[in-house]
Design a protein. Sequence first.
Length: 147
Amino acid sequence: MLRINRQTDYAVRVVLALAQHPAETRLSSAEIGREMLIPPTFLPRIVAQLAQAGILITYPGRDGGLQLNHPPEKITLWDVVNAFEGPLLLSECLLNQQACPFESHCMVRPRWGRLQSVILKELSTTSFRDLAEEAAAQQPLIISPEA
């Protein structure tokens, strides 16, 4: 089954939570976890990986928190998926044609390539600004009194 892992899903939620707030807003990881229903045990590792990928900036201390490193319109679903999953590959034959016993005469390989292209295009053209706007249209943004 082709699917993203739980950490990737949680990472998307972290970035979306920040994208739903005004630019340069800092939120605590605890606040994001509560807002996006992410178990606290997952957050430190996810935040560290997002920071290492250059998607988030972390600020330590009492007045610290998490902030997007780029405007949400510059961060795509592909950025997050790639940071957690690595390159997307629907079939080994797309990477290594010799892995297929039919090699250049395979009738399925071109279809795998087209499907992979469609998925990559959708991931790379969907920004977190798009997702935040879609989320805002579905439900009102709830900002805690602490913000």
